[in-house]
Design a protein around this ligand. Structure first.
Ligand SMILES: *Cc1c(COP(=O)(O)O)cnc(C)c1O
Length: 385
C-alpha cells in the first residue's frame, strides 16, 4: 500500500462504530468489567483503564506504526515525552548513550540534567561521523541517538552506516524523525530500532495540539510500552483525535511544504544578503547525496545564515514581517521565522558563522507571497545595516 492510501485508511474501523468514518473520542478513566472473572483477568484486557489506552489512542498508534513500518507504536503527550520515554526504556545505571551534537536541545537537557542522575552518561558526537561512530562505541553503550537532519543546522546523518556499526556492538539505534513526518523517511528500513516523532509538528499539522509518537521494532516495542505504563503518561483523547485528523492529510500537506520549501531555499541562496542555506534538498548542500539516498522528499523546515548579525538590522527585518510568525514549534500550516543560536547547544562540534543563523518553516501560503514578505524583510535588513 502506498503511503497516501495508508494515511487515509490506517487505524480506522468504521464498521465497529455504525459505519462512521472516524473513530469515536473515548473519554475514559474507569472501565467497567461485567463479571468478577473479567475483572480478575483485567491485566490481559486490551481496554482496562483510561491511562492504559482506549480505542481512540490505539487507532493513532496503529496508524503511526503502519506509516513507520514498525511492529508497534505508542502515543505520548508531547514529542519530548516520546524522546524521554524511549531513552528511559533502553537505558540503565552504568550505561552510556551516544548523542548527535545536532540533537534537539531539550533532548540534551534531559540527558545532562535528569538521566545523568540515574547513572546514565552521555557522549556527544559529530553528526557527520558516519561509520566512524564505531570508535566511540563502548561495552556499556546501550543507545546511539540520531536526528536527521539535525535541529537548527540540518546536517544529514549517514543512518545506515551508523546503524550497522551500532548493531554490530549490540547498541539500540534511535532516530528523531520529526522532520520527515515519517512520510519522507522510514528509519526502521534504514536499520534504526526506534523512530521518534514530535507529532506536534507535521502529524498534527495545525499548531493546535501537542503529541509524541514512538515507533518500535519487535525487539524494543514491549519495553517502550511498559515504560510508558510505569511513567503514567498518556495523551488526552481530544488531542489524540486531532493528531489522527491531521495524519489523514499529512501527505498532501508535506508535498506542498516540500515544493514551497525548496523554492524559497533556492531563492534565498541567490540573495546577496545570505551567507548560506542549510537545506539537504539543495544540490549544493553537503548532505544532499545522503538525503537523495534515504529520503523521498523534504519538509518545509530549513536554516539559513545572513552575512551580518547586527541586532538593529535583524530586528528591522523580523519586526514587520506579514506572513512569517515568530514563535517556537513548526509543522503547522503557517510560516515561521526565528533567529537561532546553535552554538549554545553544542559540545562536540563548532557552529561559528559570523552572521545570524535563522530557522524558517515554510507553511502552506502561496510561496510567491512568502518570497515577497522575505524580500521586503531583507530590504529592511539592508537599510538598517
Ligand atoms: C519540537 C521537537 C521536539 C519536541 O516536540 P514537543 O511536542 O514540542 O515536545 C522533538 N524533536 C524535534 C526535532 C522537534 O522539532
Amino acid at each position: 500500500m502506498e503511503d497516501d492510501t495508508l494515511l487515509a485508511h490506517a487505524g480506522r474501523k468504521p464498521f465497529e462504530n455504525y459505519g462512521i468514518v472516524n473513530p469515536p473520542v473515548y473519554h475514559a478513566s474507569t472501565v467497567l468489567f461485567p463479571t468478577l472473572e473479567a475483572f480478575q483477568s483485567a491485566a490481559t484486557a486490551k481496554v482496562k483503564y483510561g491511562r492504559r489506552g482506549t480505542p481512540t489512542s490505539f487507532a493513532l498508534e496503529e496508524a503511526v506504526a503502519k506509516l513507520e513500518g514498525a511492529h508497534g507504536a505508542v502515543a505520548l503527550p508531547s514529542g519530548l515525552a516520546a524522546i524521554t520515554t524511549a531513552l528511559m526504556a533502553c537505558t540503565k545505571a552504568g550505561d552510556n548513550v551516544l548523542i548527535t551534537d545536532s540533537s534537539y536541545a531539550p533532548t540534551r537537557q534531559f540527558m545532562d540534567n535528569l538521566l545523568v542522575r540515574f547513572g546514565v552518561s552521555a557522549t556527544y558526537y559529530d553528526p557527520t561521523i558516519g561509520a566512524d561512530i564505531d570508535g566511540l562505541i563502548r561495552d556499556n553503550t546501550s543507545v546511539v541517538w540520531t536526528e536527521c537532519p539535525g535541529s537548527q543546522t540540518f546536517e544529514m546523518q549517514d543512518i545506515p552506516a551508523i546503524a550497522k556499526a551500532a548493531k554490530a556492538r549490540g547498541a539500540i539505534v534511535m532516530m528523531d524523525n520529526t522532520w520527515s513526518g515519517g512520510y519522507f523517511c522510514k528509519p526502521l528500513a534504514l536499520g534504526v530500532d526506534i523512530s521518534v516523532q514530535a507529532g506536534t509538528k507535521y502529524i498534527v499539522g495545525h499548531s493546535d495540539t501537542m503529541m509524541g509518537t514512538v515507533a518500535c521494532n519487535e525487539a524494543t516495542y514491549q519495553r517502550v510500552h511498559d515504560t510508558m505504563g510505569y511513567l503514567g503518561i498518556a495523551p488526552g483523547p481530544d488531542d489524540v483525535y486531532l493528531a489522527l485528523r491531521g495524519l489523514r492529510t499529512m501527505g498532501v500537506r508535506l508535498r506542498q511544504h516540500h515544493e514551497a520549501g525548496l523554492k524559497i531555499a533556492r531563492w534565498l541562496s541567490q540573495r546577496p544578503e545570505v551567507e548560506r542555506v542549510m537545506h539537504p534538498g539543495l544540490e549544493s548542500d553537503p548532505g544532499h547525496a545522503i538525503w537523495k539516498r534515504d529520503f523521498t522528499g523534504a519538509s518545509g523546515l530549513f536554516g539559513f545564515v545572513l552575512k551580518s548579525d547586527r541586532h538593529e538590522a535583524v530586528a528591522a527585518m523580523m519586526d514587520s514581517l506579514r506572513y512569517h510568525g515568530m514563535g517556537y514549534s513548526w509543522g503547522g500550516f503557517e510560516s515561521l521565522l526565528i533567529p537561532t543560536s546553535p552554538q549554545k547547544a553544542r559540545s562536540a562540534t563548532q557552529w561559528d558563522p559570523a552572521g545570524q543563523t535563522f530557522r524558517i518553516h515554510v507553511g502552506l501560503e502561496d510561496p510567491d507571497d512568502l518570497i515577497a514578505d522575505l524580500a521586503d524583510g531583507l530590504q529592511r535588513f539592508n537599510d538598517a545595516l
